[in-house]
Design a protein around this ligand. Structure first.
Ligand code: FES
Length: 122
């Protein structure tokens, strides 16, 4: 997470940080990409794919702590750092970098050079 007051060119604004409830997800659709964004109790922000790799559960309705995200459908948990499932090594969620500038959370687009955000919504 960066917070030096400068907005990097490759960041897409998602929402004000204070709109996120700690440990509760919020889902955004950014063109073809659907992500679920979280703020931990310590203020760390992160984003993961919106659908659980197990059976498509809504990860935006998941709860998290500082290390794990728990899918609301069957309770599989995933590392916020690696995306690895802690119950089965068959599953992994894709994680996306975020950063905060001036109280807004941004998706770091430096890893999405071809992402079209013309239909972004939450
Ligand atoms: S759909 Fe997420 S644990 Fe089953």
């Amino acid at each position: 997470m960066k917070s030096n007051g400068q907005i990097p060119k490759k960041g897409f604004p998602l929402c004000p940080l204070n709109e996120l409830v700690p440990c509760v997800g919020r889902t955004f659709k950014l063109g073809e990409l659907k992500i679920s964004v979280f703020k931990t109790r310590s203020g760390k922000t992160l984003a993961v794919q919106a659908l659980c790799p197990h059976r498509g559960g809504p990860l935006g309705e998941a709860l998290c702590d500082e290390q794990l995200l728990i899918c609301p459908l069957h309770g599989y948990s995933f590392s916020l750092e690696t995306g690895n499932c802690t119950i089965s090594d068959k599953y992994q969620v894709k994680t996306y970098p975020t950063f905060v500038v001036n109280g807004w959370i941004y998706l770091d687009l430096s890893t999405f050079p071809n992402l079209s955000l013309s239909n972004a919504q939450s």
